[in-house]
Design a protein around this ligand. Structure first.
Ligand code: PMT
Length: 222
């Protein structure tokens, strides 16, 4: 399979030297990219700014903002059989970032916000019947309800939900615990484990969905 993975945070500029971002280390997405490569797939990894070495044998595409990430995803969309969106993309961004460094003596800046592009929602109408799109849901409350809502709203085949209210898993940790929701209604629990182990479970699920979709298409033809 051709597997496209996104990882890490995005940075949205506030002025010439400042930005708004989040605590994503990129570990989860990098682990998915490594697991995909180890399983024999061809992998492209779109990464926000992180401090991790690139996984071996994976094509790296480095981005900074949500708009950059959207452009990079669109550029590889026709190529991929599977997309796994593990990146923590900004939901909002400053509407008019200052071109210069804002001065401390001018006092706290008034920032006007606008929505950053929602990548999964933008590409949802472009999905081909055999493509598999898997998102992640980072939640502090109502994990199952919110994950299922995002699964439907973003027209995904599956979503990996993680509880990010605990500080020993999820964001910027080597550990995670996932609940994998499929559009078919199937639910799988991945108890707390290293992100490498979680990533293997995500890859196994998307491989299964890909085979099911291919099989369905084959049956339609013959
Ligand atoms: O990077 P780590 O430190 O290893 O941490 C891993 C992680 C916690 C970041 C990862 O496991 C995770 O949950 N990633 C998704 C984070 C997130 O943005 O979740 P969300 O529930 O806000 O978004 C739902 C889905 O929509 C995600 O697949 C996200 O990539 C996507 N999205 C979000 C915002 C946006 N503007 N465009 C999007 O496509």
């Amino acid at each position: 399979m051709n597997v496209l993975v996104t990882a890490g945070p995005t940075r949205e500029p506030l002025d010439a030297v400042r930005f708004i971002s989040n605590r994503s280390s990129g570990r989860m997405g990098y682990a998915v990219a490594s697991a995909a490569k180890k399983a024999g797939h061809c992998v492209r990894l779109i990464s926000g700014p992180v401090a991790l070495p690139p996984p071996k044998g994976v094509r790296m595409i480095r981005v900074v903002t949500a708009q950059d990430m959207l452009d990079a995803v669109l550029a590889s969309l026709a190529w991929c059989d599977v997309l796994v969106m593990a990146a923590a993309v900004a939901d909002w961004r400053p509407k008019k970032p200052a071109a210069r460094k804002l001065k401390k003596q001018d006092g706290p800046p008034r920032v006007e916000w606008e929505a950053a592009p929602d990548i999964l929602q933008t590409i949802a109408p472009l999905k081909k019947p055999t493509q598999v799109f898997c998102g992640f849901a980072a939640e502090t409350n109502d994990l199952a309800r919110e994950a299922k809502r995002k699964l439907r709203r973003k027209n995904l085949d599956a979503i990996a939900a993680n509880d990010v209210s605990k500080n020993n898993q999820g964001f910027d940790s080597i550990w995670n615990a996932l609940t994998l929701y499929r559009a078919s209604g199937e639910v799988r629990v991945v108890p707390r484990a290293t992100k490498e182990k979680c990533a293997r479970q995500v890859m196994q699920m998307v491989e299964e969905i890909f085979v099911e979709k291919k099989d369905k298409k084959f049956r339609k033809i013959y």
